[in-house]
Design a protein around this ligand. Structure first.
Ligand code: CA
Length: 527
């Protein structure tokens, strides 16, 4: 029965074999327990769990209201871009505001996204891996489809009494029913695709063969369902088109989004409801065009670095509004990126010290900055390498917002409130599962990572491009790395880790078993 389900859902036969030849199912590094059948098993840390719940109770008693939640999601920012992750000033793009968040909060060094924008965004909002929510890749211009049948954290928080707002990039389908205002958001102000959708066919410096071809440009402009304006919308109401997203508009759109988020925060100052604000940047996705006043603002003077300086400025301004309205003590802030740097477009490209880039499950593609901030609730100046998947934001927000967890679907996200809130708290996650499109490509337990598939860049070393023409290979043998000894994944040493490999196989087997009762859903298959 199990074989049938796995094979019916396009899982790899080799992987199945790897599971079956695992001689004894050995427990994962730490023991895990599932609170319910549909929830990903978590490590139980009883003392820190109690400490976190006591903190939350004391908070509610004092503030007489649930905490607000603010998420900053940067597009394509590399793990190595912010100063506190080794970039910043060192790479000519200082990030004092992002660094301050980390110094006043918790800096996570092992936060994981998916390898691409859309899968990550859907995972963050649904708490589910891409093979479950079905969005394996970004929708193309005018393409229909989206998150049909999915439940977003915005919906759950709304049901729990929150006011919910999204400023910025959506990228989860632009046809009307897939837009944010029909997916749990009370208000939306932003753009439905990726910034490049609006610019790359307009700019002869970037794409002259398209932009100088009137027939092609007209075809793109008139694509059915393509919404090339900034839009605003209210819950369950059709969107209103505000202005055309031409190149000068895209250059300045993040500043516009900043002003919108500041406006939301100011409006919420004296409201009874707690709020959830999802601030989703257009930058630093290629092609970066500097906003007015930001050209040459970085020491590096590059378009990418200027964009990092702008993102950092925006973080600072939004945080300033939070403090000026006295809501800083009542708000959990999480800062992260939706995937690793896009190296095909270098030098308009972020930095990661790890191997690989966006569109790969090497660490460089999926390991992203992750900073949690909540003064008085999250200990300042803390660093942890505990595993954190962006799916965990969903389950964590459900707990913090006292929302109702769905029972009719599998939730891959783990409630990490005790990891974040308890002083010296440890991660409740035992394993990270890496997916490359529809392929289960790697697993990490502790510092050990086994690859089942690897992505090879199209070009030779030195000009890495992981989207243009890369290839996906099934690994042979034991392709295991130790990310502490070898963070750049250059020395597979499975021959030395037979016992560990069995542990990885045990975790892998448990993960695969979750698809028996909860079959994967793939809406957008690859052509
Ligand atoms: Ca992205």
């Amino acid at each position: 029965m199990k074989c049938k389900i796995l094979l019916n859902n396009n899982f790899d036969k080799g992987l199945l074999l790897a599971v079956l030849i695992s001689i004894v199912p050995i427990a994962v590094g730490a023991e895990t327990v599932a609170k319910a059948e549909n929830l990903e098993p978590a490590i139980i840390h009883q003392a820190q769990q109690k400490e976190a719940q006591d903190k939350l109770k004391a908070f509610e008693k004092k503030s007489k209201k649930k905490p607000n939640i603010l998420v900053f999601l940067v597009d394509d920012m590399g793990w190595g871009d912010p100063g506190v992750y080794g970039g910043g000033e060192a790479v000519g793009a200082a990030t004092p505001n992002i660094d301050r968040l980390a110094k006043e909060g918790l800096r996570l060094t092992s936060t994981y996204s998916q390898p691409l924008c859309t899968p990550t965004r859907a995972t963050l909002l649904t708490g589910r891996l891409p093979v479950r929510h079905g969005l394996l890749r970004p929708p193309q211009i005018g393409e229909t489809g989206g998150m049909e049948g999915e439940i977003t954290i915005a919906t759950l928080l709304s049901d729990a009494g929150y006011y919910t707002a999204l400023s910025g990039k959506w990228h989860l389908g632009e046809s009307p029913s897939n837009q944010p205002q029909y997916n749990g958001f009370d208000e939306y102000y932003g753009f439905l695709g990726s910034t490049k959708n609006y610019t790359e066919w307009r700019d002869p410096r970037i794409n002259a063969s398209l932009s100088n071809n009137e027939t092609i440009v007209e075809t793109i402009k008139n694509s059915p369902n393509f919404i090339k304006t900034l839009v605003k919308a209210r819950r369950n109401q059709p969107h209103e088109a505000l202005y055309e997203l031409d190149i000068p508009a895209v250059a300045n759109v993040d500043i516009d989004l900043m002003n919108n988020s500041i406006d939301v925060i100011k409006r919420m100052e004296n409201q009874e409801k707690p709020w959830f604000l999802y601030h989703s940047f257009g930058k630093v996705h290629f092609d970066n065009y500097p906003a007015d006043g930001f050209q040459g603002s970085s020491k590096a003077k590059g378009v990418y670095q200027d964009a990092v300086v702008e993102v950092d400025y925006i973080v600072g301004q939004v945080m300033k509004a939070l403090k000026e309205t006295g809501q800083d003590k009542n708000t959990l802030v999480f800062f992260t990126s939706d995937n690793g740097p896009e190296t095909d477009t270098w030098p308009d490209s972020g930095y990661s010290p790890f191997r690989g880039a966006k569109m790969s499950t090497w660490e460089g593609g999926v390991r992203v900055p992750g900073i949690a901030w909540w003064p008085g609730m999250i200990e300042a100046d803390r660093v942890s390498d505990g595993l954190f998947d962006l799916a965990d934001l969903f389950a964590t927000f459900v707990n913090i917002g006292q929302a109702k967890m769905p029972t009719d679907r599998y939730i891959d996200g783990i409630d990490q409130s005790s990891f974040l809130l308890a002083d010296g708290g440890e991660s409740n996650r035992a394993a990270v599962y890496y997916y490359m499109l529809d392929k289960f490509s790697a697993i990490r337990v502790g510092p050990y990572k086994q690859h089942l598939y690897v992505v090879s860049p199209a070009a030779s070393e030195g000009i890495p491009g992981y989207i243009n023409g890369s290839t996906l290979h099934k690994t042979a043998g034991l392709y295991v790395f130790n990310l502490y000894l070898d963070p750049k994944e250059r020395r597979p040493y499975g021959i030395r880790t037979a016992l560990i490999t069995k542990q990885l196989q045990g975790a892998l087997k448990k993960h695969k078993a979750t698809f028996e009762d909860y079959p994967p859903k793939i809406l957008m298959t690859l052509e």
